[in-house]
Design a binder for this molecule. Sequence first.
Ligand code: TRP
Length: 343
Amino acid sequence: MNRKTITEKKIVLTGDRPTGKLHLGHYIGSLKNRVAFQDQYTQYVMIADMQALTDNAEHPEKVRNNILEVALDYLSVGIDPARSTIFIQSMVPQLSEITMYFLNLVSLGRAQQNPTVKDEMKQKGYKSNVPLGFLSYPVSQAADILAFKTDLVPVGQDQLPVIEQTNEIVDKFNRLYAPVFKRVEAVVPKIGARLPGIEGKAKMSKSLGNAIYLSDTAEELSKKVMQMYTDPGHIHAGDLGKIEGNVVFAYLDAFDPDKEGVAELKKQYKKGGLGDVVLKKRLIAVLEDMLVPVREKRDHWSGRQADVLEMLFAGSSAASAVAARTLAEAKEAMHIDYRSMTH
Ligand code: TRP
């Protein structure tokens, strides 16, 4: 029976490379939406360990150590394994098999033209020494997405070229063999895509050391907020202040539920009379409100490592069963389902 006849819900898939703990940028740009998606959609959440290895082959321990960190981040924000299938990429071997067939549908030139890959290659200083796995990670990502007959892929702006390449693979596969796959739709969240780091120079990123982590303690959080870049011209509370480029306001815009209150503060800050410390204290309170329950859930789960692993293994088995059906369809379409030759 076709999966679609069992469930009318659209299918959504997201993934994270397990190379570090998740931070507030991930929360506002992605994790928060996933908590809402799990009621609306059939949701898959993948820990992309194989993709992480494409530029970390020398450091498999880094990937290993972050599997549980990322799983704890998911559970602590309320992604619920009863309503979302959370799985580990390498534990769904069908994804690798599908990738092998997709690799034949993409030329070297096309892989090298992907703007996301180009940017990342520049950042990492890769030239012709680029690992082939890294150059072709968008093809593997297409397999991740298509194996689950995904409808929607929520991603950051920077990942749009990867989704475009996925749709090219859909078109080519369907044209060459049979219409097994359907085009997917990227969904780019409005806020959060560009949440700045605490220093205000770049977006929040684990590699730049400018991130506030979901797992930060109250002390760490408060220290980071107190260090936040505001307006260097705003020295005394009475000075006129700038809102643009002011990291504290960027965060209040992203996290403070009281929008009118924030608008009022902006007015005050611009005309002078509002000190940075008062502003930062408000932000700390807003973030604490949000993070206290997150820390509680994290504490609960971090004492139950075996349960977390069991959850990941069960999710991976379930994902594997779905991917196996898609792989079988793909092989049938390609006429490499040799068992069918016996009847
Ligand atoms: N490339 C994504 C990132 O770096 C992670 C990822 C892997 C992913 N597979 C995916 C995202 C499938 C969406 C769908 O963030």
